[in-house]
Design a protein around this ligand. Sequence first.
Ligand code: GLC
Length: 456
Amino acid sequence: MTALRVLHVASEVYPFSRTGGLADVLDALPRALAGLGTEVTVLSPWYRDIQPKPQLVAEFGEVHVGEVREHGVRYLFLGLPEFDRGGVYHPDDVWRFVRFCRAALPALDALGVSFDVLHAHDWAAGLLTMLARERGVRTVFTIHNLQYQGRWNAWEAFSWTGLPEGAYPALEFFGDINLMKAGLLSADVVTTVSPTYAREITTPEFGEGLDPVLRERFARKELVGLLNGLDVERWDPGADPEVKAYRTYKGKAPNTRALRKEIGLRGKPVLATVTRLVEQKGIDVLVDALPELTKDWDVVVLGSGDPRLEAALREHDGQGVRYYEGMNEPLAHRIYAGADAFVMPSRFEPCGLSQMIAMRYGTPPIVRTTGGLKDSVPKDVGFHFQKAGAAALVRAARSAAKALEDPAGWRERAELGMAHDFSWGTAARRYLDLYAPAPAAPKPKRTRKAASAPEL
Ligand code: GLC
């Protein structure tokens, strides 16, 4: 039997480019699929500074293609003049990703790369879903975050797509072109990264205006939530070179001592978070809660983002709070290993990876009950709260502080989290089922009796 050929397309893929969890999924899922015998290609833009640097394999006019082969996966990077800049995202991204999607299929054809399934991720690959569909390949579109949709005024952007007028309704959204909508409507199957988020986005509260479309697809069972896994090799407390490696909760203690020393606060239990500082993550709620939280905890925050949130955190720095601005991988590892508890007050969270890392490192998370946080944090490991407000967060953190006073009970929680299976295997197998659905079983012949009205 020949292997199923799957093409993944996304705007970021770790370690080449990363701003968030999307890149981590594009690192781990293709590898897991390759491990299950699939032939996987990953296509992403060739941003100027990506590392490791791809090898140039083809040039057609202003389009060039780079390649890296690793872990049984073929990574292709599509270079266009628009992507020859630093960083990942820019204000003209709708234009850039329309260009990217339009150039993708001709470039793959020229390279002789064909595929049976297109698996496109988030709005940046939405238009490609539509274009690939015309070729008769199976298409799967995954929502990692519905908040970013790729919108631009329609009178300008529609002409960029080169599509015939008949395609307009599928792209139009309140006078804009919406590339997320293009993906949602044109894919054979739409998935998102947790079962709870899949249900949430069918409601006006979480649907970001697209809930009518999503409700319809959900009702037809064409919108499915599959919980992400975690790269359990990259995040392995037992073999982590950045920390004093440990396999049992007991072995975590030296890391806790080291972190307390490093942050130089009051030696209270450490409550930590590692995050992008955006509204989605509820960091404003965390800031509001700091005066109360610091009564029980020393609080550590690592991350950057919204300048107002950065300023607010800087203001608290030193008052029972340590704020590290920016992203720093080794420090992130030390925080996961050294903190006593982890906090994620997200307003919405399609899946979230940090809570899984924290649990794997024996650091019980305090989370808002939403999306992937609800689905991945067992109640006997972490602490949940419902309302996106400081009072609810403080109450949950207080029960965590109380629980921490019973070392045996706490240890049990932490060990349960450490033993949990976060690996990608299960999710990868479920994606395979979506790529190649078993042919529908022939309908059993109806006997005359069954076909007739029930006998009374
Ligand atoms: C986005 C979501 C996050 C999810 C990640 C990977 O970053 O905000 O919740 O874990 O995508 O799917």
